[in-house]
Structures are given as C-alpha cells and as structure tokens.
Ligand binder design. Sequence first.
Ligand code: 2AM
Length: 188
Amino acid sequence: MIRAFAAIALPPEIRESLVRLQAGLPSGRPAPPENLHLTLVFLGELPEPVLEDVHLAFAAIRADRFDLTLSGLGLFGGARPRNLHACLLENAALCHLQARLETAARRAGASPERRRFSPHVTLATLRPGQGDPGPLERAVIAGSEFRAGPFPVESFGLYRSELGRNGAVHTELAQYALFSSQLAFPGP
Ligand code: 2AM
C-alpha cells in the first residue's frame, strides 16, 4: 500500500517567505520547508495497481495554467487548533482543477475524502488542547497582512507520503503539466 496525495509544489521564493513566517509562530511543529505544498487531493493508502490507475487518470487531464496568491493565515480545529496554515486568494481555476482530480481519482478506484476543499498550505501542526490558543489567534490576526505571489502554477504532482519518527517524508512520483489555451501571437 502506498500513502499518496496530489499537490501543487511552491516556487522557492514563496517557500522562503513561508519559512520566514514560520520563524515568528508562537508554537506548533513547523512543517519542514521541503514539505510546504498545497494539497489538492489526499488519496490515503492505495494498492499499487490503483495508484497506477490514478496516475493514468491524472496524466489524461488537460487543464489550463493559472496564478495563485497566498493571503493571510488560518487555523483548523476551532477552539482546539490543530493546524496553522497560509490561506489562498479565491481562485476558480484551482477549485475546478481540484474537483477534476477528485473525480478522476474516484473513477480510478481511490476513495478520497469528501471533505469540502479548503485550499491551504500547512505551516505548523499543533497539539489540540495543549497550551493557550491566544498567542496563535493573535499570530493569525497579525498574519492577515501576509501576501505571497501571484506565482504561476504550471504543473501539479503525485506524491508518496511516508510517515516516520521525525514526521512525513514526501517523494514526488509523477508530475503533470498544465497548459496554456491562449494563442501566443508573436510580438512586433
Ligand atoms: P495538509 O495539506 O493540511 O498539510 C500528506 O499527508 C498531505 O495530505 C498533507 O499535506 C495533508 O494535510 C494532506 N491530508 C489531507 N487529508 C489528510 C488526512 N486525512 N490524513 C493525512 N493527510 C491528509
């Protein structure tokens, strides 16, 4: 079985600005820089032949490139926060791509979660109920000014996630190009 997910990788300068942001967080276990990504679909544990079918389905997707902008911070977990993340400006192309991947994964035999897609980049995981959530909430308010991008998204990837003692190790299994449907007229 392979634990896998589809995600958008972030350009180095965007990751750098997120790492700077992580340095000012009051608590939590920061995600290592190489794990900063935008999850599109968490596939869970899949038998290899199913993963192969998911890969073929993803490879058949033709979708347009788009730009993304990170904006502000958020917490998941309500009164017992468990995840601190960077949010994204609303983006219809992103949501459309995500929905297509989820459908493709399901048709290929995977059972991705039906949770509503809430685009985010996890910055730190927190122990729910441990410590005072006040400083975290203040960090989220202070982070409302945070912006990174826009940056172009020209591909998405399929990743393996291996859980270890020191957190998860993510390995790219495949990368899928996005396309430009615009005509490129030559300049003068
Ligand atoms: P995240 O995007 O909030 O960090 C690999 O585990 C990736 O899949 C992580 O980025 C993780 O969350 C995301 N993911 C989504 N749902 C998950 C789940 N139920 N269990 C583990 N990871 C999940």
